[in-house]
Design a binder for this molecule. Structure first.
Ligand code: PRP
Ligand code: URA
Length: 234
């Protein structure tokens, strides 16, 4: 018998960038099924992948996910003069984008997205999970002062119990933010439900909706401790 586990989202075969059809999964969830994302995610999960490659993969997957998450950015017409004639082009307009990594693993997603949107600002939210209660503990918060005027992408590779993500979004809203998306790489069903129930207005992007949490709060099949694998700590 083949005992290899299959992450739910892959088993369900969702169309690229579409929401899952499972009735239990909230409408605010988007599983990014692009083949490059799935290929890189498999490498990322591999326990043999060394820190340097792990970091590069997080960076690349984050960039590909941001491509999906920025698909609804507003455009305005601009006049452009080509070497031959004047024409109409389009530039991104509207609210200014701010990336907010949740420290520390979220930091690994910043550079890849900045390559796509170099003008984005970067805020930071410091949270860690208490090992016994699995509840988030706040230790840092800094975002641009004009939060109400901005679009926010909250970044964290892992959405496990959902406590950290829900707390980060609550803090951002307290600071005035109203337009928030959450980008992660691997999500657990319980975390998606918790974040969606607390903040139904926040679209959640993930590369995989995995099966479940183990008793220690790690995602299965998951990829292990994202922060430790990114920064080479244990
Ligand atoms: C990890 C991860 C998330 C959180 C997810 O961080 O990067 O922030 O756990 O778990 P949750 O959904 O159950 O809240 P961790 O607390 O290990 O801190 P680190 O990034 O500093 O390693
Ligand atoms: N945080 C991680 O880094 N990995 C998990 O599987 C769960 C929380």
């Amino acid at each position: 018998m083949d005992t290899t586990s299959t992450p739910d989202a892959v088993a369900q075969g969702h169309a690229h960038g579409s929401a899952p059809t499972n009735a239990d999964t909230p409408a605010s969830l988007v599983v990014v099924r692009h083949p490059l994302v799935q290929h890189k995610l498999a490498l990322l999960r591999d326990r043999r992948t060394p820190t340097k490659i792990f970091k590069e993969l997080v960076d690349e997957i984050a960039m590909l996910m941001a491509y999906e998450a920025t698909a609804d950015l507003a455009l305005a017409e601009v006049s452009v003069e080509t070497p031959l004639e004047r024409t109409v082009g389009h530039e991104v307009s509207g609210k200014k984008l701010t990336l907010v990594p949740i420290l520390r693993a979220g930091l690994g997603m910043v550079e890849g997205i900045l390559r796509l949107v170099p003008a984005a600002r970067v805020g930071h939210i410091g949270l860690y999970r208490d090992h016994d209660t699995l509840e988030p503990v706040d230790y840092y918060f800094k975002v641009p002062g004009d939060a109400a005027e901005r679009d926010f992408f909250v970044l964290d590779p892992m959405l496990a119990t959902g406590g950290s993500a829900a707390s980060a979004v609550t803090s951002l809203k307290r600071a005035g933010a109203t337009r928030i998306k959450f980008l992660c790489l691997v999500a657990a069903p319980v975390g998606v439900r918790r974040l969606a129930e607390a903040h139904p207005d926040v679209t959640i992007y993930c590369a995989s909706l995995d099966r479940e949490l183990n008793p220690q709060g790690y995602i299965l099949p998951g990829l292990g401790d994202a922060g430790d694998r990114l920064f080479g700590t244990r």
